[in-house]
Design a protein around this ligand. Structure first.
Ligand code: BGC
Length: 509
């Protein structure tokens, strides 16, 4: 039986309504959200925003009940998948509802227990209602002290600077050059490109001082500041909606306090060593977006408070005069819908309030490790209801939503490492080692209004996830028909895939 779980994707329509008999009430607004924000509109998850709850639900402290009866008009043709960085699972898609309500055509009234909906040949079938099962309550999180130190000035940290070229990345490309000498010329170009440094485990933090030292050397050679971009990526219960990048820290094993003391605090000490060294940090890819769309996944529901507090802690601690922070804001295929963006911005505001204010971050990172091309209308073909039909359309919309909701003129960095080719996926939600992908625009400073830089955040050639179904971190997305077979573990060098990225580079190398 296919259990429909939702992982991003289009919002539910205005008229859709979740009826939770166990609670006996509709969702209502709380915490300042207008009712429309808390209706199921814009909620493309089977879970709902943490700030939306019926009074009884609030009292009970419950998350949405996955087995609650859903009464919807469902167009059976429109059972979709969805995306995040984007981890994808089948999900109910109800946007056809509006059309159905409007046109009165093709709609089917289905009452189905969410855990009891099966897919048969792409058709949604309601099965016997399953026993009610609640999502677990979020684990309570540690408090966060708001930052009091000076933040980074609100300027583009990449201006008048060069980007750090990671010698480890260069060495990986050199391996590929040795294996594919016929591609030596284009690969030589790639080996010189700046890529981000992923702090994906506590052990990796020990390498930060050496990296900063190298940045200094590159800076003397270049005669201008050289900015390293670090990715802060070790959240407790990391990658809660997928498996490929599950991390080392577990909430049930003191992961939250270890994240603070053994990871963030240590990074902060290194960053503070040389106040003259400009540094950029991308904060926790996929973390807050998972709380927008994936609270129907048990691990995400459990982790929501810890995610919020940990991200707030990371921001409060790493925000300093020489460190510019960008918080991950998923991508067009995940938060392209306006209602999703509004929820994201609301969540970010709460996190920033805990961290010490909106000026703690310079802006947001989008498309991290994803494949969305900057321009074109390809998104419309993948998902016609998504108003953001390419990544720059999303960037513009997001900036608009941010300023409209009081977060000011925030700036964006976009990961362009593998977005050279559009129209390569059968589903927008597929995210793992996509076949046919090519290197995208080379890292560029201030390429357009509102964008501080195009960066190669995902080092192209490193795998998104293992393709071996027997591996502990095997995620079915890495076995999809869009994924490249034979992939090693996430983060490992994948030579044959790198060859493909180089061959398909756009602009060509
Ligand atoms: C992996 C990390 C890796 C990063 C960059 C992520 O998907 O989980 O371990 O460092 O990609 O390749």
């Amino acid at each position: 039986m296919t259990v429909f779980r939702s992982h991003g994707g289009p919002p539910f329509p205005t008229m859709a309504r979740i009826i939770a008999p166990s609670l006996g009430q509709d969702w209502t607004a709380s915490d300042g959200l207008p009712p429309s924000e808390c209706s199921i509109e814009g909620e493309h998850s089977l879970a709902r925003n943490a700030n939306c709850a019926s009074p009884s639900e609030k009292r009970a402290g419950a998350s949405i009940d996955q087995a609650s009866v859903m009464e919807h008009h469902i167009d059976p043709q429109r059972v979709l998948t969805s995306s995040h960085r984007g981890h994808i699972k089948p999900q109910l898609r109800l946007s056809a509802l509006l059309d159905s309500f409007g046109a009165g055509l093709g709609s089917v009234v289905v009452a189905c227990a969410l855990v009891g909906c099966t897919s048969s040949g792409g058709t949604l079938v309601a099965t016997t209602k399953q026993p009610t099962r609640s999502m677990p309550e979020p684990v309570l999180a540690l408090p966060v002290e708001p930052a009091t130190q000076e933040p980074f000035a609100d300027v583009n940290p990449f201006a008048d600077a060069a980007l750090f070229v990671n010698p480890d990345y260069t060495a990986q490309v050199d391996d590929s050059i040795a294996q594919a000498p016929e591609l030596a010329a284009p690969m030589q170009v790639v080996r010189e490109q700046p890529t981000a440094l992923w702090l994906d485990r506590i052990e990796a933090v020990a390498g930060v001082p050496a990296r900063l030292q190298e940045a200094k050397q590159q800076s003397s050679a270049a005669g201008k500041p050289v900015v390293p971009v670090f990715v802060v990526y070790d959240l407790p219960n990391r990658d809660c909606a997928a498996k490929a990048s599950n991390g080392e820290l577990k909430i049930e094993e003191q992961g939250e306090s270890r994240y603070r003391t053994e990871y963030i605090d240590v990074i902060a000490q290194h960053f503070a060593q040389d106040p003259e060294q400009r540094i950029v940090a991308i904060i926790e890819p996929d973390s807050l977006p998972n709380l927008i769309s994936n609270l129907g996944v048990e691990k995400c529901a459990l982790s929501q408070d810890v995610y919020m507090h940990s991200v707030a802690y990371a921001i409060a601690t790493l925000s300093m005069p020489n460190v510019a922070l960008y918080v991950d804001a998923a991508h067009s295929g995940w938060l392209g819908w306006e209602a999703n963006q509004r929820r994201m911005v609301k969540l970010v505001k709460d996190v920033l309030q805990m961290a010490g204010g909106n000026d703690r971050i310079r802006g947001f990172a989008t498309n991290v490790s994803n494949y969305n091309a900057l321009a074109g209308d390809w998104g419309k073909q993948l998902e016609s209801s998504n108003p953001a039909s390419n990544e720059l359309a999303y960037v513009d919309m997001l900036r608009g939503t941010l300023s409209e909701m009081g977060l000011g003129d925030k700036q964006i960095v976009v990961d362009t490492s593998r977005n050279g080719q559009a129209e390569i996926r059968s589903r927008w939600g597929n995210w793992c080692n996509i076949r046919g992908a090519g290197l995208g625009p080379r890292p560029t400073v201030a390429p357009r209004e509102g964008v501080d830089a195009y960066l190669w955040i995902k080092p192209p050639g490193e795998s998104d996830g293992i393709a071996d179904p027997s591996a502990a971190r095997y995620d079915e997305n890495c076995g999809s028909s869009d994924a490249t077979p034979g992939a090693p573990e996430a983060g490992q060098w994948f030579h044959s895939y790198f060859v493909e990225l180089v061959r398909n580079a756009n602009p060509a190398l």
